[in-house]
Design a protein. Sequence first.
Length: 183
Amino acid sequence: LVSCDRKPIKYIAHAGGRIDGYTYTNSLEAVNHAIECGIEVVELDLCLTKDSVLVAAHDWSHFHKISGYVGDTMPIMSADFCKRRIFGKYHPLTKDMIDSLMRQYPSLCLMTDKISDPNVLCQFQYRERIMVEAFSIDDYYQLDTMGYYKLFYSASPKSYQSVLKKWTKRVLHIKNEPIPTRY
């Protein structure tokens, strides 16, 4: 695996990276700390707020817990998300903040493994530096045509056979070879 500028990747800051002993914060401070340490690939978990704003959070239950909220585990409005503090001091990340970090640090790559919907991910400005784990073969192909840097396809064991068939048909079709009727 190589970074966006083709250097070998040594480290990936998972969920933004570790900050003050905390993990899975997906916070601005964690990402900034990772960048200061020379890490160029940051993995962030993405969710949609109640008003459809893309934000960095592992899931709503986890975000509520680390931001001190007691109650339901439903998505919240983006304004409420921005007001929260993770462990009482860290700032949660919105899509606009992530885009700003990508603009500020041209060698920074984003990796995500929670959302692969092209209609959601198209909100990001720096597709050529975003690595996505796609959860459907259709998302994979659509993201590929949209110019994302690296794509990873994640299939359940039950879907491997059908994916392999589709993939083989596509490869054979591209090479203008006859498509077999049986596998």
